[in-house]
Design a binder for this molecule. Sequence first.
Ligand code: FAD
Ligand code: SF4
Length: 513
Amino acid sequence: YDEIRLVLGDQLNAAHSWYKTKDTKVLYVIAELKQEQEYVTHHIQKVQAFFLAMEKFASALKEAGHHVLYLTLDDTEKYADLPDMVNQLIDQYLPKQFCYQQPDEYRLSEQLKNMTINCDKSCVDTEHFYLRHDELSKYFKKDTGHRLEAFYRKLRSQFNVLMDEGEPEGGKWNYDSSNRNKLKKDDLKAVPSPLLFSNDVSDINKRIQRHKIKTMGTGGDTLLWPVTRTQTRELLNFFCKYCLPKFGEFQDAMTAKLPDKQWSLYHSRISFALNSKIVSPAQVVNHAIEAYRQNSSTISIEQIEGFVRQILGWREFVRGIYWLNMPDYKTKNALEASRPLPDFYWTGKTKMNCLSNAISQSLEYAYAHHIQRLMVTGNFALLIGADPDQVDLWYLGIYIDAIEWVEMPNTRGMSQFADGGIVGSKAYASSGNYIQKMTDYCSDCHYDVKQKTSNDSCPFNSLYWHFMTQHQEKFGNNPRNAMVYKNWDKRSDMEKQEVLERAEWVLHNLDAL
Ligand code: FAD
Ligand code: SF4
């Protein structure tokens, strides 16, 4: 072969220009590697999904006439790591050139960049995102607070997405205020059951066992996540038909009372297919906009704008934050948080109904929607002052879509405020009040969401005040917190002391909650 081209597990982009021509002198290498299973403990469904999607991608490339070497864990166990594998393959096939696509993860990017090999080496863009990797520094600066809204508007204009002669379609850039409702009792029956796939992963399970790969969560011999382009298209069609009409409206809702376990509500569950690059963000956005244009009586501008904002906005935004701030971002701990995460994050066994629901669902499906991640598990970890390294590892392991470039700015930045305000201007801290407003969890909880100090008081309530007073010096100057501190100051010293004492008790008894 003249050239070896490496395809990483999250680079399954069949539309890449690499594949436009068939060249029998080019060998594509796709490999299951132990190093990728061991940098964090992954959810078993995440390992299954990546391996199966990689296998299917390799088969599709072969069918299209490309030369592909697919290496399973059995084949790669003899290699120490990725550079060792590449070096040995180069010795074996003697190519003139080794080429790879720019990894999205800093760790892999450094590993490939710093590797010395016996032939020419080159790196190309993944051709997946709206912005090329080498353009990011035009939009983002290191250690600088950036806000989504300005970036999102810039990209909407630049890529002419939902625009009408230079103005945002519908007249507004942002429809958040009409979205984000609670699911009421009468709404529950109408929530669609998720479209699930039945992919056979029995052979992959055997490999996972044979190589003693440590995993978390549950997973059987069939995988419900989409692993091919065809399945992804089916999921996207399903989403546009049944979920998009209510996507924005119920984007933040959470409930434990669904009659048919419709666990993903109106969300798309497209994140694995996107992050493994089976589908591109532009394909998803254009498909959804097309559905909106053809069904404007059922899909309103509020719904489509809410969806586009997540992908063209948030997804591209966190990627820029990640790349301009790595590797320092990984060590940021602005609130000097150091507490271990309680054991129930790995079992779901807690009397707090909101956490028990969000964690159990995550263990069962490798999935929770954004607000479950941000306002339940993330909020609790923030309030107890959990070590951001541990919090990152938990999120990086448990979710089907977790890859560091997107996981870390969301977790360490948006959720834990450990970046001191690079991603968001304010910590997403809240008492039980928010959870009660957005969910039906509290009515069936062991704890009383209205109480702050009693033995059965909702732990979020006292922890919230403990957290806000502990960081008053940092947060007090932010005008968005002015009301919070005014409220606190109105209370008697006695009341303040009781709340803080309850919080101390909670912090010392996390595993008993
Ligand atoms: P939908 O609600 O249907 O949204 C559509 C798509 O928009 C998603 O698939 C995703 O690609 C994109 N999107 C939405 N919100 C965000 C966001 N904040 N950042 C980036 N993209 C977004 N997302 C990941 O893809 N990987 C992660 O590891 C990850 N970790 C997170 C950790 C925390 C603490 C938080 C608060 C959020 C995290 N998110 C992560 C963002 C978001 O929760 C998931 O993208 C979303 O829940 C995936 O489900 P979905 O496909 O049904 O999303
Ligand atoms: Fe969660 Fe508190 Fe509500 Fe219980 S009462 S579900 S712990 S917010």
